[in-house]
Design a protein around this ligand. Structure first.
Ligand SMILES: Cc1cc2nc3c(=O)[nH]c(=O)nc-3n(C[C@H](O)[C@H](O)[C@H](O)COP(=O)(O)O)c2cc1C
Length: 164
């Protein structure tokens, strides 16, 4: 079994999650950061995990573009979805379902919210201003959800032998 984790990140939280997932998986895994990737050949992969973070209600456009551009190849893959975002529970799930085409949401064997980070020192001036004045967060922190990350790892490892 071979898994591709495709992610997009602005300040690194989604990348951190992708790297933790890779460590936990018991088979060959490749990571691709869509913000600096060459065209990707999906042919050799059984599973494709797509992850992004949410800014003002939107998942990065690289993720939606990737889904659109690879629609045909993705049909035969097992697809998992994750988001990094401040909202949790139903609101995090809404941010997945509102941002991605219905077919990919319905096809996904897993949809997980893996937590979030706010890294003020890495942020652009505008993002820092919004974080401090609107979100009222004055210091950086990390709130990744170990339980959810482990659940996704277990689901992916459990896919061996399951048809797409
Ligand atoms: C300017 C700004 C806007 C954000 N908007 C949302 C949002 O609409 N919904 C949400 O749940 N989280 C929101 N967040 C939180 C991010 O999704 C969270 O910090 C995430 O971990 C960022 O991941 P990244 O470092 O991979 O880009 C926002 C954060 C910033 C700085």
């Amino acid at each position: 079994m071979k898994t591709l984790i495709v992610f997009s990140t602005k300040y690194g939280a989604a990348q951190k999650c992708a790297e933790i997932l890779k460590k936990g998986l018991d088979h060959e895994v490749n990571l691709v950061n869509l913000r600096n990737s060459k065209p990707i050949n999906l042919k050799n992969y059984d599973n494709v995990i797509l992850g992004g973070s949410v800014y003002v209600g939107k998942i990065q456009k690289e993720i939606t573009q990737f889904v659109d551009e690879n629609k045909n190849d993705l049909q035969s893959k097992k697809i998992g979805l994750f988001v990094c975002c401040k909202f949790s529970g139903d609101r995090a799930m809404e941010q997945i379902t509102n941002n991605l085409p219905e077919w990919v949401v319905n096809k996904a064997f897993a949809k997980e919210h893996l937590g979030h980070e706010l890294s003020l020192e890495k942020m652009s001036f505008m993002d820092k201003l919004i974080t401090k004045s609107v979100v009222k967060v004055k210091e950086s922190y990390s709130d990744l959800k170990t339980e959810n990350i482990n659940r996704l790892i277990n689901k992916i490892n459990g896919l061996d032998g399951v048809s797409g």
